[in-house]
Design a protein around this ligand. Structure first.
Ligand SMILES: Cc1cc2nc3c(=O)[nH]c(=O)nc-3n(C[C@H](O)[C@H](O)[C@H](O)COP(=O)(O)OP(=O)(O)OC[C@H]3O[C@@H](n4cnc5c(N)ncnc54)[C@H](O)[C@@H]3O)c2cc1C
Ligand SMILES: NC(=O)c1ccc[n+]([C@@H]2O[C@H](COP(=O)([O-])OP(=O)(O)OC[C@H]3O[C@@H](n4cnc5c(N)ncnc54)[C@H](O)[C@@H]3O)[C@@H](O)[C@H]2O)c1
Length: 471
């Protein structure tokens, strides 16, 4: 059979849209197959609805905390139907960018709505049609991992796929898992008026810097979120008054709703990966640095492969596929400067290595330069001085940065560039930064890295010499 397309992309989430749109823009004949709504998890059940909900929740919380600015505190009146409508509006406004019409009209991609199956390494089937291309790109995502907890299958638990459909506020939301999904949702629902309990197996936000995570956890507790760390759910059961959740510590918590946010998994049984010799496990599809599967003509990008699961990682890998397929260029994934942000309040932002990772790799050669927002004039003027910036480095080489505080995610960029070698602490420390901004904390930290050198013995000797003989 002749090729029908130059590239077949399966999955129209952040990863697949980028790969298909980019190759389409280069004039390749691209098929993009999607079985659900365009935009995938990020648009419909992930980043977008969660950030919209977080915004509504923050507005509510600000009303409760106004007195410190001389404005009376007020308990907000929350119309949960209207909050739901706001979340749906946010999805609708971004959906235009991910729409079938746009990909067809702007990028010349053939969008096919249906469930694809792999026939072999260059052939797929969808809606009874057979498509053939020299390259296939799998961008088929992941799904919520539901742990084998007794009784869970018998209760109507929520996941990220259903929680944004709620039009009534949960009375008491029990969140299983203190990762980014669990934490972002826990604070949002608490601020919108629910009672919230988080059950976390180890420490909450366990992939992040523990000192930064502790600041976030402290804030949650101050707002009334009941966080139970080092605790596991043993069993759940439905009772007349709600859902009884038994913990391994012997407590029973009565909740109205349970959100399962215990990580992601993959189940590609029946999709046909074995027909193309593609290896996978529940952790994802096996890939190399170029995101090629064990069948070198088939790529797997974004959440469906083993690796970090973020929208920006999916988009980045989509663009690597465009480089390789359309232009025949390199395309190895480099995550030395991978950033991630948990949009709790305060935000927790990380790029590159955490302090613990750097210490494990470099021992005493790993150093930390830290600046607290309590010394940042904008934070002081705003009476919101919690949090810090930590630069993790080896000598003057920047390995990572951790920021916790308001807008932390917006402050990462100079450090991403520094880790990638496109900026450095000296340049950041010497930049003219508008006063008063929170980003001044980066200048202070950059300067801090160089301060001992600038005021070292040689510059001082030179200054004394100048003062004595040349002034
Ligand atoms: C609640 C939540 C909040 C999040 N917040 C953030 C955030 O703030 N920032 C961030 O960076 N990341 C965030 N993420 C993670 C982010 O959403 C994902 O990393 C990203 O959406 C993955 O994109 P993807 O394209 O790889 O997969 P997906 O978006 O899952 O897309 C896969 C697509 O493939 C389709 N598909 C699957 N099988 C087939 C088939 N056989 N045939 C046809 N189509 C198929 C699916 O229908 C789906 O549309 C969040 C996730 C969740 C759950
Ligand atoms: N802001 C963001 O970038 C953002 C936001 C939400 C989600 N995401 C992405 O979505 C994915 C899923 O997020 P997540 O929070 O579900 O996963 P996660 O794996 O990051 O966190 C899940 C947590 O649940 C805990 N856990 C697992 N089983 C448990 C059990 N039985 N009882 C109690 N705790 C248990 C784990 O120890 C872990 O800390 C992640 O890959 C993340 O990158 C990103």
């Amino acid at each position: 059979m002749q090729r029908t397309h130059d590239l077949i992309v399966i999955g129209a989430g952040s990863a697949g849209l980028t790969a298909a749109g980019g190759c389409g823009q280069f004039g390749l004949k691209v098929a993009l197959v999607e079985k659900g709504p365009m935009g995938g998890d990020c648009l419909n059940t992930g980043c977008v609805p969660s950030k919209a909900l977080i915004t509504a929740a923050r507005r509510a919380q600000e009303m409760r905390e106004n007195a410190k600015y001389g404005i009376a505190d007020t308990e907000p009146k929350i119309d949960f139907h209207a909050v739901h409508a706001h979340v749906q509006r946010a999805i609708a406004s971004i959906a235009v960018d991910d729409s079938q019409e746009r990909f067809e009209e702007e990028f010349g991609v053939e969008v096919i709505r249906g469930e694809a199956k792999i026939i072999d390494g260059s052939t797929i089937e969808v809606n009874g049609r057979t498509l053939k291309a020299p390259r296939i790109c799998l961008a088929i995502g992941s799904k919520p991992f539901v742990p084998p907890v007794g009784g869970l299958a018998d209760i109507p638990y929520l996941t990220n796929e259903t929680i944004f459909d709620l039009t009534e506020r949960p009375e008491h939301l029990l969140v299983m898992g203190g990762g980014p999904i669990g934490m972002e949702m826990a604070q949002s629902f608490r601020r919108l008026g629910s009672r919230v309990t988080v059950i976390q197996r180890g420490k909450a936000m366990d992939k992040d810097d523990p000192e930064a995570a502790a600041i976030v956890v402290g804030r949650f507790q101050a707002e009334g979120v009941d966080i139970r760390e080092d605790t596991e759910v043993k069993a759940v059961s439905k009772t007349d008054s709600g859902i009884a959740v038994e913990t391994d510590g012997g407590d029973t918590i009565l909740a109205s709703h349970v959100l399962v946010a215990t990580g992601r998994t993959c189940d590609f049984a029946g999709f046909g990966l074995e027909n193309a010799g593609i290896e996978w496990s529940p952790r994802g599809i096996t890939v190399d640095a170029k995101r090629r599967t064990t069948n070198k003509k088939v790529y797997a990008i974004g959440d469906c492969r083993v690796g970090p699961r973020f929208t920006h990682a999916s988009g980045y890998e989509g663009s690597l596929v465009v480089l390789q397929v359309a232009l025949g260029l390199g395309g190895k994934a480099d995550y030395t400067a991978l950033p991630w942000v948990t949009y709790s309040d305060p935000e927790l932002a990380q790029v590159g290595m955490t302090e613990a990772q750097a210490r494990e790799k470099f021992g005493e050669k790993a150093e930390v330069t830290r600046r607290d927002f309590s010394h940042n004039d904008r934070a002081r003027a705003e009476n919101d001085t919690g949090g810090f910036l930590k630069i993790i480095r080896k000598g003057k080489t920047i390995l990572g940065a951790t920021i916790v505080g308001p807008h932390a995610g917006e402050l990462l960029l100079p450090w991403s560039l520094a880790i990638g070698g496109k900026a450095n602490a000296f340049a950041i420390g010497g930049a003219i930064v508008p006063y008063p901004t929170r980003s001044d904390i980066s200048k202070q930290a950059g300067y801090g890295v160089w301060e001992p050198t600038i005021f070292g013995s040689w510059p001082k000797r030179w200054a004394r010499f100048r003062a004595k003989y040349l002034l």
